[in-house]
Write a protein that binds this ligand. Structure first.
Ligand SMILES: C[S@@+](CC[C@H](N)C(=O)[O-])C[C@H]1O[C@@H](n2cnc3c(N)ncnc32)[C@H](O)[C@@H]1O
Length: 357
């Protein structure tokens, strides 16, 4: 995978489970696109949904066929045409919910802009504007925004020596941080993206795969589609809250216009519809289970369904099994344990359960 994301499931595990699957696979909680990528590799078609525009961007570059040479030449063009910028902060980038409460995962910082030194901030802003100005296909442009996002963490004060990724999923600046120069970070991401696009053939958008930014609870599930998904479970990873780090930047660019060109509709960042447990937003286990029940009811007529969960509390696992038994009637259950999974974000147990019917 080219871009990482919290809660990503191990591709090897998904690949094994995908051996028995034949048809069009829909993953309505798509995240970084692991499940859909595996479905495509197994000669199926795929439909990806996620409510989070940043997850969509990650899945896009991981899955879609991109012209590597065009991407590289436009990446170089960006670096050669950096406009002068005076900006010192992003708009409305405070780490607070609309209800005025601080993000659950906010620690020692108030806003996204604070993660960047003034020098790196200006360089990043200038890269973003240069990407906006480049003339190329929407696919290549989305990939450039992807490379930009991939360099944000490294160019931020969250970065620590020898710790390449966002290991602790919360908003904090470690005492000993070590931000990389923004131009260097972007340039090295462009090279990394280029070699991924060269190595992987990628899949044709609208032919092999559809990628949508949508609420899983308002999608119409055709009974002939195969459901294969892992919804956010009871772990504490706050996908949209953490993605706000990227969204606060993307929002200042033409990313939304380019995404609209591809999707044919406006996109937005709707934290409100996220299916998650979050005490700060007043969403407890009961609320979460109600949403999950809605989802299970909506998908009940589908002929083939796979629901994969990571869990650490047995009691909650049992409640989900009960729900599936009640609404899907005949189900099978498999317990899966994964040792040594490389996991960014939540570092809990590695116990999974597969419910299928
Ligand atoms: C456990 S992650 C999926 C990880 C993915 N399988 C992977 O390997 O990258 C769950 C995803 O569900 C998304 N999500 C949460 N609520 C949603 C909703 N109502 N509709 C669609 N997606 C939602 C989150 O944004 C998150 O990306």
């Amino acid at each position: 995978m080219l871009m990482r994301y919290w809660g990503r499931k191990p591709l090897k595990l998904i690949d094994e489970l995908m051996n028995d699957v034949e048809g069009t696979v829909v993953d309505p909680f798509g995240g970084s696109g692991t499940i859909i990528l595996s479905a495509l590799k197994h000669d199926n078609k795929g439909i990806y949904l996620d409510i989070n525009p940043y997850a969509w961007l990650v899945a896009f570059v991981n899955i879609v066929k991109i012209d590597a040479e065009e991407f590289m030449s436009k990446g170089e063009e960006v670096l050669e045409n950096l406009p002068e910028v005076r900006k010192r902060a992003l708009r409305n980038d405070y780490l607070y919910y609309p209800n005025g409460k601080p993000f659950w995962k906010k620690r020692n910082v108030e806003r996204v802009s604070q993660f960047f030194s003034p020098g790196n901030f200006r360089k990043l802003y200038s890269i973003l504007k240069a990407i906006d100005n480049v003339k190329t296909s929407p696919e290549v442009k989305i990939s450039l925004y992807g490379a930009f996002c991939s360099s944000l963490f490294k160019a931020s004060k969250m970065n620590r020596k020898n710790a390449g990724s966002w290991g602790v999923p919360s908003y904090w600046i470690p005492e000993r941080h070590d931000e990389t120069d923004a131009l260097e970070a972007f340039s090295s991401e462009v090279k990394r993206f280029y070699s991924y696009f060269k190595r992987n053939k990628g899949y044709e958008l609208h032919q092999d795969v559809e990628l949508m930014i949508k609420n899983a609870l308002s999608f119409k599930y055709d009974k002939d589609l195969i459901l294969f998904t892992d919804p956010p479970f009871f772990d504490e990873v706050q996908y949209m809250e953490l993605s706000f780090f990227y969204w606060a930047w993307l929002r200042e660019s033409k990313f939304r216009d380019v995404a609209k060109e591809i999707l044919g509709e406006d996109i937005s960042f709707k934290m409100h519809y996220e299916m998650i447990v979050n005490p700060k937003r007043g969403i407890n286990y009961t609320e979460y289970l109600k949403l999950l029940e809605n989802f299970i009811v909506k998908t009940r007529k589908m002929k083939k369904k796979y629901l994969l969960f990571h869990y650490d509390k047995d009691e909650l696992k049992q409640r989900v099994i009960m729900l599936a038994k009640e609404k899907w009637s005949r189900i099978k259950i498999e317990d899966i344990e994964i040792i040594n999974q490389r996991n960014i974000g939540h570092k809990g147990g590695k116990k999974y359960i597969l419910i299928y019917s």
